[in-house]
Design a protein around this ligand. Structure first.
Ligand SMILES: *[C@@H]1O[C@H](CO)[C@@H](O)[C@H](O)[C@H]1NC(C)=O
Ligand SMILES: *[C@@H]1O[C@H](CO)[C@@H](O)[C@H](O)[C@H]1NC(C)=O
Ligand SMILES: *[C@@H]1O[C@H](CO)[C@@H](O)[C@H](O)[C@H]1NC(C)=O
Ligand SMILES: *[C@@H]1O[C@H](CO)[C@@H](O)[C@H](O)[C@H]1NC(C)=O
Length: 411
């Protein structure tokens, strides 16, 4: 069962929810299956757990909107950052990513991501998939050799020397890099960048695959899509009949159809019964996905109606990550594994994602960016030698006590 699940979970999920603006879409969950097996079940199940937790926060904060993100991109970016984290900052990131640190060590986590990145980037003629990392480093910032080496070896990160003193030029350098790596689909990862930035870490994903059984564009017709109880929109509705893995889940009140790509990866579409979206969202846990995987059976679907859609979102994840327990990186961070000093803090975690589904297949892209700044130099005054004390009454400026403490433990 775990064997069967792992390739699916390895890449994580691209999740789309309900829309009210642009084009209107079904409440879809699209699951992309990796084309080759990763033997690390722990990584896959932690990533799925994190994916669903992040989904719930995003759906909660964006009610009645489309939701689209790449949990895998966020996981990789945070794991990459964790190379530079120490102490409780490190524990928080890894536990936030749903790793059970009594079962898996930090080193194993990084090696699992290394293996996953290598597996995902293996060339395939059935699928375009690229996943990568980069870091943009302020010219004078001295990163530790250990961090630079781990970034290259474990996360295959490219490194670029950057002048953040000109934040607009730095922002356009980073955004153009991401735009290029995502085939133009993620155009502006960072909407702003502070001149105090000294380091930016980036993860990007680009994915393009064709359906094993494409839809015939001649059969695509305008049809109604029920955005909510009283709101209907017209959408281009694709239509086909096919043999596909199918499951009617009576327990959760939803219907599932899995559509295969030529690479044998797949997208899982989940349609809750009317009014059941919230109940279903609450049950999105790794065990549910396992149960679905085990229950899908090849079936004849006489008529399948699926809208063509193209959706895009961007998020600043600072608050959401804090809610998921990853807090210290933003305020009280120990990121001394980056530079040897403890004076860096994360200022923004941003994420952008786009997903297009049409008659031919699916194209998706996502990127996650983490910017770091120096904290204001802390003012520290330590009364650890003899000192004077004067107690002054405010109104009259009378000194009512004056003293010298040479030994606080007088007795
Ligand atoms: C972590 O793993 C240990 C040992 O398998 C287990 O006892 C514990 O409940 C797990 N913790 C969480 C939060 O799952
Ligand atoms: C990305 O950059 C490479 C190398 O500079 C270039 O050959 C390629 O055309 C660019 N791709 C896009 C989509 O801009
Ligand atoms: C939909 O319309 C009906 C009848 O006009 C009304 O009772 C109901 O409250 C509306 N529902 C929503 C969600 O607006
Ligand atoms: C996909 O699976 C089918 C059936 O198992 C197999 O015949 C085909 O070669 C696979 N295609 C790829 C690209 O792996």
């Amino acid at each position: 069962m775990a064997e069967r699940m792992s390739p699916l979970l390895a890449l994580g999920l691209l999740v789309a929810g309900l829309c009210s603006s642009v084009h209107c879409l079904p409440e879809n969950v699209v699951v992309k299956e990796q084309h080759r097996r990763v033997d690390d079940h722990t990584l896959a199940s932690s990533n799925t757990d994190f994916a669903f937790s992040l989904y719930k926060q995003l759906a909660l904060e964006n009610p009645n909107k489309n939701v689209i993100f790449s949990p895998l991109s966020v996981s990789i970016a945070l794991a990459f950052l964790s190379l530079g984290a120490r102490g409780s900052t490190l524990t928080e990131i890894l536990e936030g990513l749903k790793f059970n640190l009594t079962e898996i060590q930090e080193k194993e986590i990084h090696h699992s991501f290394q293996h996953l990145l290598q597996t995902l980037n293996r060339p395939s003629n059935q699928l375009q998939l690229s996943v990568g990392n980069a870091m943009f480093v302020q010219e004078e910032l001295k990163l530790l050799d250990k961090f630079i080496e781990d970034a290259q070896v474990l996360y295959s990160s490219e490194a670029f020397s950057t002048n953040f003193g000109n934040p607009e030029a730095a922002r356009s350098l980073i955004n153009n890099y991401v735009k290029n790596k995502t085939q133009g689909k993620i155009e502006e990862l960072f909407k702003r960048l502070s001149p105090r930035t000294v380091l930016v870490l980036v993860n990007y994903i680009y994915f393009k695959a064709r359906w094993k059984i494409p839809f015939d564009p001649k059969h695509t017709q305008e049809a109604e899509f029920h955005v909510s109880e009283n709101k209907t929109v017209e959408v281009p509705m694709m239509n086909t009949g096919l043999e596909a893995p199918y499951f009617r889940d009576e327990e959760l009140g939803c219907t599932l159809v899995e559509l295969m790509y030529t690479s044998n990866d797949s997208a899982l579409f989940i349609l809750p019964d009317e009014g059941k979206m919230q109940d279903l969202e609450a049950k999105l846990i790794p065990e549910t996905l396992t149960r679905w995987r085990d229950s899908l059976q090849p079936s004849r679907i006489h008529e399948l109606y699926l809208p063509k859609f193209s959706i895009k979102s961007d998020y600043e994840l600072n608050d959401i990550l804090s809610q998921l327990g990853i807090k210290k990186i933003f305020a009280d961070a120990d990121l001394s594994g980056l530079t040897g000093d403890g004076d860096l803090v994360v200022s923004q975690v941003v994420h952008g994602a786009a997903l297009d589904v049409d008659e031919e297949g699916t194209e998706g892209a996502a990127a996650t960016g983490i910017s770091l700044e120096r904290t204001v130099l802390r003012t520290t005054v330590r009364f650890n030698r003899p000192f004077l004390i004067a107690v002054v009454l405010k109104d009259t400026q009378s000194i009512i006590f004056l003293g010298k403490v040479t030994n606080p433990n007088q007795d």
